[in-house]
Design a protein around this ligand. Structure first.
Ligand code: FEO
Length: 399
């Protein structure tokens, strides 16, 4: 099988693969539009792969690498990130190229040993160290916790390419086009934010540290392990600005209302709140039924907008299980800097609204209240409280 292999720069090739079969990334996050595992090959006096791909795509990947090497041997594999969607191919690569040196840091090799039992052929690098391939020289920068503790980024000094591991990645396959010069980026806009919020969002301080590290360095290409590759100066600037904004938990004016409703009473309260928000001039309002929309998409919008209002019916004297799932993920990610309100309904014993209020206290967010809990269908007293909560939320957002 012969492939068309995209060339990104002289001696730099894209050898990544598209995964259109997997339903859930990390077996958690939906990827209807698939995902790309990006990998790069530099063919200088020495040859080097930058990351590999998921093991389920490995034979396709190996054939591409072999075609691109065109009979040359492989000298180095740089492991920027040990998560198996990027190092799943390492055993096969080592089998086919037994002399290859695996380049990583101390933490990389701990995980490499634990996952694959590999202990030989390793070349350990530290912050700022360089590796010459001939014309190209690679310089290594540690980026701990820009998803995992061993993550590092590789900077190519001749063409100023930054290989960023998961940072600046996106869901969605690369369908023909690979770079921002070839793609319509509008498709990826929401997927960038969903990827950030779902995968990297918990690690905002490490992202800020990395942004500072590269602030004054010339970068002419950003090559992540997922999604489009950026070559245009304006797009690289926008990408760094977006990551800066997201990692500072800076949001736009708007409100996400997510509800869990069994018989429509909780949803009715959500609609009243949304209508009042609109009447108060809030334009960005997104209502989600947590039993229909996966938390992945709701979390994406919570990263976009400052206001969040959660509503849940009581189920078995607790939160509705689907709201519990959302709340649990939000607590895990630890997103900051929101304005929050909550409400609920019950049939014979209330609990959900109280649970949502406790969640709000744990987050440390700015809360608008009081918490509203209705018995059965919405009646005038709680209707008035819903209107008041929406009004208070709108006022805070306008400040
Ligand atoms: Fe794409 Fe953290 O792996």
């Amino acid at each position: 099988m012969i492939k068309k292999i995209p060339q990104l720069r002289p001696n730099l090739f894209y050898v990544g693969v598209n995964d259109r079969k997997k339903a859930l990334f990390e077996n958690i996050w939906p990827i209807e539009s698939g995902v790309a595992y990006n990998s790069y090959l530099i063919t200088d006096e020495k040859t080097a792969l930058i990351d590999t791909v998921d093991s389920n795509m490995i034979m396709d990947y190996l054939a591409t690498v072999q075609q691109c090497l065109n009979g040359k041997t492989l000298d180095y594999v740089i492991i920027n990130h040990m998560e198996p969607d990027h190092c799943g191919g390492i055993q096969i690569i080592k089998k086919y190229y037994p002399e290859v040196k695996i380049v990583g840091n101390k933490k990389t090799f701990e995980i490499l040993h634990n996952f694959y039992g590999i202990e030989d052929g390793l070349l350990e690098v530290k912050e700022g160290e360089e590796l010459s391939l001939g014309v190209h020289t690679l310089k290594f920068f540690m980026a701990p916790m820009v998803h995992w503790p061993e993550v590092m980024m590789t900077y190519e000094l001749k063409d100023h390419t930054l290989f960023t591991a998961d940072a600046f990645g996106s869901f969605g396959t690369l369908d023909g086009g690979i770079t921002d010069e070839e793609l319509n980026l509008s498709f990826y806009e929401d997927e960038f934010i969903r990827y950030y919020s779902n995968i990297v969002g918990k690690f905002s301080n490490p992202v800020q540290a990395v942004l500072k590290k590269f602030k004054s360095m010339p970068i002419k290409m950003v090559a992540s392990t997922h999604g489009p590759i950026f070559k245009k100066h304006d797009n690289i600037w926008k990408l760094f600005s977006l990551y800066d904004k997201l990692s500072r938990n800076e949001t736009d004016t708007g409100v996400v209302i997510a509800f869990a409703s069994m018989y429509g009473n909780t949803e009715a309260m959500a609609d009243v709140i949304a209508r009042e928000l609109s009447e108060q001039g809030i334009v960005n309002i997104k209502i989600y039924d947590v039993s229909k929309t996966h938390p992945s998409y709701i979390i994406r919008d919570i990263f976009k907008y400052k206001g969040l209002i959660l509503g849940s019916s009581t189920y078995n004297l607790d939160l509705h299980p689907n709201m519990e799932a959302l709340v649990s993920k939000l607590e895990g990610i630890g997103i900051k800097n929101h304005i929050y309100g909550c409400f609920g309904t019950y049939s014979w014993a209330g609990k959900a609204a109280k649970k949502l209020e406790e969640f709000g206290h744990r987050t440390g967010w700015d809360m608008v209240g009081p918490t509203i809990e209705e018995k059965g269908s919405l009646k005038i007293e709680k209707f008035t409280e819903c209107v008041a909560m929406a009004y208070a939320m709108a006022e805070k957002l306008k400040q």
